[in-house]
Design a protein around this ligand. Sequence first.
Ligand SMILES: *Cc1c(COP(=O)(O)O)cnc(C)c1O
Length: 494
Amino acid sequence: MQYVSTRAKNNVVESAQAIVKGLSEDGGLFVPSEFPAITKEELLAMGDMEYSDRAAVVLSKYLTDFTLDELKEYTAKAYARFYDDDPCPLVAIDEKTYILELWHGPTCAFKDMALTLLPHLMVASRKKIGETGKTLILVATSGDTGKAALEGFKDVEGCEIIVFYPSEGVSDMQKLQMQTQAGDNVYVCAIKGNFDDAQSAVKVIFNDDNVKAQLLEKGYKLSSANSINWGRLVPQIAYYVSSYVDLLSSGELNYGDKINFCVPSGNFGNILAGYYAMRMGIPIGKLICASNKNKVLTEFFESGKYDINREFYKTMSPSMDILISSNLERLLFEISGRDDKAVSELMNNLKTNGYYTLDFDTFKKNASNFEGGFSEEDMTMDTIEEFYDENDYLLDTHTAVAVGVYNEYSRQSGDNTPTVIVSTASPYKFPQDVYNALTGQYIEDSIKAADMLEEYTGYEIPEPLQNLQSREVRFKDVIEKDQIKQAVLNAIKK
Ligand SMILES: *Cc1c(COP(=O)(O)O)cnc(C)c1O
């Protein structure tokens, strides 16, 4: 399988290259040159496999630089890090609604599904293409990605990772998770300011030839663990396939029966993996894209216009507070009939004018599986409370957005197709808001809120979030933005 850039189809690389490079030189994203099919026999055979082997089968169709046995080894290692035997259980709510829990990994967010595996793919890809130096992963984070990348890359041979977070921009829980990070090859540091300050400071390093030369002298090349890397997208296709297999195995669906997925979306990486599963042959009816108050995507699916000239809101579902959904570019490539020129033009329009518009009729025809919807903050609160009362099931603030959007969709459309709601975080990552939704009481301290939520609901705090307050704080550095170069050089000396 080869990979082409969304902005220049003749820019072709193999899978290992696509993973090591991350982004194509022309600014485009790598996509597979075709969609590999998954047959009925293969799906039925997966019924007897555990998740890591199912994932390896799906990966093997895309990552043809690797053998199936190699991929099985990586997936086994990645998903052994999860705190439950099943890394992504499918929970039945009623006879046609299911919740796919993607947060049983080391950081309790769905990013773990890909970021526990990416380091293995990265190390092996480097070997395949003959890269011998060390890889230094730099991350600027607003919370979930940083912690998941730290857990993924900790103690991975040949790699070191440095995470910068804004001293004023992450939740208490997220800060504690990062400050207490274990591992000999990790360093975490706060940058005074907000997320944009941290992000722009990290970008300075990526563009500084002098620092890069100093790093290379010591044997380091820079890389990134952000979500446009194909190595982060491809592991996500597996859980869409696997949940269909689960429903076949349990007899709730027959092969060929349709299924919908509703996905709380931000950067559009998660739901795009569902689209890829559909193109491989999983009979998906609708892909319902759920947004919070930052509803750029909802309006896009309604009108064909993508417009970021709008106010940015901070919400209870911070991982979906995004205006530029980078992975949408991959969908544009497919629905335009793989027209790289058209995609380049759209991306240029977005950069210059802050919007682009698609031809509405063609768009509606080619993206007919997509529906969009959004949930305002008070609706999200109500959803958490109602869902708990009716089903005795605790939703986090992101998954609640999806449930709210799905309820509205099914009321309006009358669509009775069995539906999987994709659940992206443990409610204990956002205990203040979830507790507030249930009781009307906002507890400032996150540890205390988590304890009270546990007491109130009887749902246990997941192991990775337990006793955070008693773990050793290893990283207390807070620096000014312009000290970042020195911080990076100091960190690799240690
Ligand atoms: C990252 C994240 C999302 C958004 O996923 P995308 O792939 O960016 O669309 C949703 N919920 C949680 C909890 C996340 O961490």
